[in-house]
Ligand binder design. Sequence first.
Ligand code: NAD
Length: 261
Amino acid sequence: MTRIPELIDLSGETALVTGAAQGIGAASARRLAEAGASVVVTDVNAAAGSRLAQEIIHGGGRARFLPLDVTRVESLPETMARIREEAPRIDILVNNAAIFPTAPALETTPERWDAVLNLNLRGLFFLTTEVARQMRAGGAGGRIVNIASVDAIRPTGQLAPYDASKAGVVMLTRSLAVELAPFGIRINAIAPGGIDTPGARAAVAPGAVPARAMAGFLARIPMGRMGSPDEIARVVLFLASRLSEYMTGALVPVDGGYLVA
Ligand SMILES: NC(=O)c1ccc[n+]([C@@H]2O[C@H](COP(=O)([O-])OP(=O)(O)OC[C@H]3O[C@@H](n4cnc5c(N)ncnc54)[C@H](O)[C@@H]3O)[C@@H](O)[C@H]2O)c1
């Protein structure tokens, strides 16, 4: 029987994390690096992304920052070719980058809709297929972890385009699980509940989500608190490692019980 340290060991593997400059993406990059992976930290925020890569290197891990705007689908093949020069093989992809601007549905403009769907769903799909083609060509399989949301199942309010994008991510996870399994590529999704990140703090800042809605959200979490980015990162590591070897197409809620209450 393979022992736990071996099942979780990602030495010699390369992991690409999108939106990794802060929040859940940064926490995931740290944990993947701790498990031995060489991490390609990608984000549109070059300053914070580079800082994180340096932090990982100073802590004894392997990382590099590369700029990647997931919405720029047309330039993805070129960007990936550049990434391939430094990281010839990608074993793990964490699709984490997303935006979640709040607005009542009746005040949502086509521009707002496009901005959310272009990143959260369209960009995620084309990055995933680009990386999956490389994984297939490499012949060694791969693991993809999509960060969805509890909002894919239960709407928080004032997030209609986001909710639709995340429900789309859940279904893409299932569709691709079926198509990619023959190539040894597993793809699973996580549905985080309320997680204390810079993005979440901005969303609940005065003038964004009404305080009443936020209090209502917190009251519905059986564990009575928000989660930490690292509590999501640990499940990312689980899904990216051999601990989850027989899992594909799954949606794993990590939400303090929010979805069952
Ligand atoms: N925080 C929560 O409560 C929560 C709950 C459920 C799901 N999620 C999901 O978790 C993921 C991370 O959320 P977070 O709270 O850490 O977010 P965050 O806003 O704190 O961080 C998001 C990161 O994505 C980057 N980014 C933005 N646009 C990008 C683009 N076009 N291309 C590449 N990177 C881009 C940002 O620069 C930032 O570093 C998202 O998919 C989000 O939907 C978060």
